[in-house]
Design a protein around this ligand. Structure first.
Ligand code: NAD
Length: 495
C-alpha cells in the first residue's frame, strides 16, 4: 500500500528517511483497529544502506574512549526519561499494553543504558607473564562490528535496550529491525540517541518485513552478529541464515514458564503473583507464568482465590487509567490463543474463569480477549506443550515437588520459572533442578538490568543483561609479546 503522507520515516545514518520504494506499512492500534501511523516498507537496498552506514560509524564509534560512549548512553537515558509520556503513549497505541506498563518499559530502556554506561568504565583487562619467562601476554576485548538487532513486538523498546546499550558500550554499531507492527517507538528512541550525541549511523532503525530486511541482515557479510529476540521457529531460521558468514549469535526465544506453588507457600502472595505474572502485557511476555502447578493440599483454596482475583482484571484500551489489561496485539495472535483453549477443551479441560471476546461496543473493534483459566488440562494439550502467548492459563495439580519438577521440565523450552515456598532450602533445591535460565523464588518474572537473562534448551542461548550481556558484544583478543633479547629462535628441524 502507499499512503504517501507525512508519515514516520526510518533512521539511517542519523537522518529520518523514506524507503527506496513508495510502499509503507500501516501500523494499527490493537485496541481500536485505527491507524497509528505508517512507516516505510524497507527493501534490501535500504537495509544495505543502513549496514554500510553502521560499518562507517563503527570506525569512529569503536575508537571513542569508553568514557565518551558512557556519556552518550547517560544522555540517552536522560532524554528518554524526559520523553516518557510521549514514548509511553506511542508504545501503548502501537502495542496495546496499558500506559503504566508502557511507561515502565520506557524507563527500563533508560535503566539499561545507565547500567551499561556505569559498567563500561569498570572493565578490566588481563596481563600475565608467560610461565617460561620468555615474555608476557595481554588479553583485551574488541568490539565485534556491525550488529543486526532483530526485535519482536511484545517489548519493542526494552528489548532494543538489552541489545544496543551493552553493544554500544562495547563499541559496536547497530542496524535495528523492529517488528513490523511496533516500529514507531523504536524510531523515536533511535532519534533521541542521535540527539544525545551518538555517532550518526551507530544506531540505524530500518522498518520492513523480516523476510526482506531481516534476511538482508542475515545475508550481508558486513554484519558480524545477530542479536535476535522472537519465536523459536524464527530463531532456527536465524541460525541457518547466520551460518553463511559465521555470525555471532544471541538468541532469546520462546518460553513456557512453570510456576510451582508448594503447600507451605504464602497463598495470598502466590495468587497475586500468578495473576500479575500471567496477565501482565496481556499474557504476551516471553517469561510469564504459562503453566501453573499447585500442590494438591492447597489446590482447592488457591483455585478459589485465584478465580476471584482474575475476575477483577479490567480489560480496556490501554490509554485509559482504569485498564488492567489491554488487547491481544493482533487478530491473528488472538486466534492462536483461542485455538489453544479450544484444543484443551476438546481434551476435557474446563474454564474456571470464562474467557472469550468481551461484548460491548467500545471493545468490539479491538483484539480483546478476556482472561481464561483452565483446570483439568490434559498434559498432551497444545497449551501444555507449546508456548501460549496470550491471556490463557492452564492449572495442573501435583502431589509433591518431585512430580512438579518432572512436569515443569517436560517442555522444549527453558526460559523462566518460579517456585513459591517459605522454605528457602526447598526453593534452592527446586531452582537447581528446573531446566530454565532463571528461577524466581516467591516472585513472578521481572527482568533486571544487573541480572543475566536467557534460555536453556530451545529458549535460545547467550545471555542479555548483567555482565554476561556485555561479554556477548566482544571478541577476546590475546596478544603474546616475546622478549627477543632472550634470544628465542625458530628453526627447522623442530626438536
Ligand atoms: P517473531 O519470531 O515472529 O518475529 C521476531 C522478529 O523477527 C520480527 O522483527 C520479524 O520481522 C523478524 N523475522 C521474521 N522472519 C525473519 C527472517 N526470516 N529473517 C530475519 N528476521 C525475521 O516473534 P514475535 O511474534 O515478534 O515475538 C513473540 C515471540 O518472541 C514469542 O515467542 C516470545 O516468547 C519471544 N520473546 C522472547 C524473549 C526472550 O527474551 N527470550 C523476549 C520477548 C519475546
Amino acid at each position: 500500500m502507499s499512503e504517501g503522507r507525512d508519515s514516520m520515516k526510518m533512521l539511517i545514518q542519523g537522518q529520518l528517511e523514506d524507503a527506496q520504494g513508495a510502499d509503507v506499512i500501516r501500523v494499527a492500534n490493537p485496541a481500536t483497529g485505527d491507524a497509528v501511523d505508517t512507516v516505510p516498507k524497507g527493501t534490501r537496498e535500504d537495509a544495505r544502506r543502513a549496514i554500510d552506514a553502521a560499518a562507517d560509524a563503527f570506525k569512529v564509534w569503536s575508537e571513542k574512549p569508553s568514557i565518551e560512549r558512557s556519556r552518550v548512553l547517560l544522555k540517552t537515558a536522560e532524554l528518554v526519561r524526559a520523553s516518557v509520556e510521549d514514548l509511553g503513549a506511542t508504545l501503548t497505541m502501537e502495542q496495546g499494553k496499558p500506559l503504566g506498563e508502557a511507561k515502565g518499559e520506557i524507563s527500563s530502556f533508560a535503566n539499561t543504558c545507565e547500567y551499561y554506561a556505569g559498567l563500561i568504565g569498570r572493565e578490566r583487562g588481563a596481563h600475565n607473564p608467560f610461565s617460561t619467562g620468555e615474555g608476557f601476554f595481554i588479553v583485551t576485548k574488541r568490539p565485534l562490528g556491525v550488529v543486526g538487532a532483530i526485535l519482536p513486538w511484545n517489548f519493542p523498546v526494552s528489548l532494543m535496550g538489552w541489545k544496543v546499550a551493552p553493544g554500544l558500550a562495547a563499541g559496536n554499531t547497530f542496524v535495528v529491525k523492529p517488528a513490523s507492527t511496533t516500529p514507531i517507538t523504536d524510531i523515536k528512541v533511535g532519534s533521541l540517541m542521535v540527539k544525545a550525541g551518538l555517532t550518526p549511523g551507530a544506531v540505524n532503525v530500518v522498518t520492513g518485513p523480516g523476510a526482506v530486511v531481516g534476511e538482508e541482515l542475515l545475508d550481508n557479510p558486513k554484519v558480524a552478529k545477530i542479536a535476535f529476540t522472537g519465536e523459536t521457529g524464527t530463531g532456527k531460521r536465524i541460525m541457518e541464515g547466520s551460518a553463511k558468514s559465521i555470525k555471532r549469535l544471541t538468541l532469546e526465544l520462546g518460553g513456557s514458564d512453570p510456576m510451582i506453588v508448594c503447600d507451605d507457600a504464602d497463598i495470598e502472595l502466590a495468587v497475586e503473583g500468578a495473576a500479575w505474572g500471567r496477565f501482565r502485557n496481556c499474557g504476551q511476555s516471553c517469561t510469564s507464568v504459562k503453566r501453573l502447578f499447585l500442590f494438591e493440599s492447597i489446590a482447592e483454596q488457591f483455585v478459589k482465590m485465584f478465580a476471584e482475583k482474575v475476575r477483577t482484571i479490567r480489560i480496556g484500551n490501554g490509554m485509559e487509567k482504569s485498564t488492567h489489561m489491554g488487547p491481544v496485539h493482533t487478530a491473528e495472535q488472538r486466534e492462536k490463543v483461542e485455538s489453544m483453549v479450544e484444543d484443551a477443551e476438546n481434551r476435557g479441560a474446563k474454564e474456571l474463569v470464562r474467557g472469550g471476546r468481551p461484548a460491548g461496543n467500545e471493545l468490539s473493534h479491538g483484539n480483546f480477549l478476556s482472561p481464561v483459566v483452565l483446570t483439568g488440562v490434559d498434559y498432551d494439550s497444545k497449551i501444555a506443550k507449546e508456548e501460549c502467548f496470550g491471556p490463557a492459563l492452564p492449572i495442573f495439580v501435583v502431589k509433591d515437588l518431585d512430580e512438579a519438577l518432572e512436569r515443569a521440565n517436560d517442555t522444549l523450552y527453558g526460559l523462566g520459572s518460579s517456585v513459591w515456598t517459605k522454605d528457602l532450602e526447598k526453593a534452592y533445591h527446586a531452582a537447581e533442578r528446573i531446566q530454565a535460565g532463571t528461577t524466581w523464588v516467591n516472585s513472578p518474572p521481572i527482568a533486571r538490568a544487573e541480572v543475566p537473562f536467557g534460555g536453556f534448551k530451545q529458549s535460545g542461548f547467550g545471555r542479555e543483561l548483567g555482565l554476561e550481556g556485555l561479554d556477548h558484544y566482544y571478541e577476546t583478543k590475546s596478544i603474546q609479546v616475546l622478549e627477543y633479547s632472550k634470544g628465542k629462535k625458530w628453526a627447522f628441524p623442530i626438536n
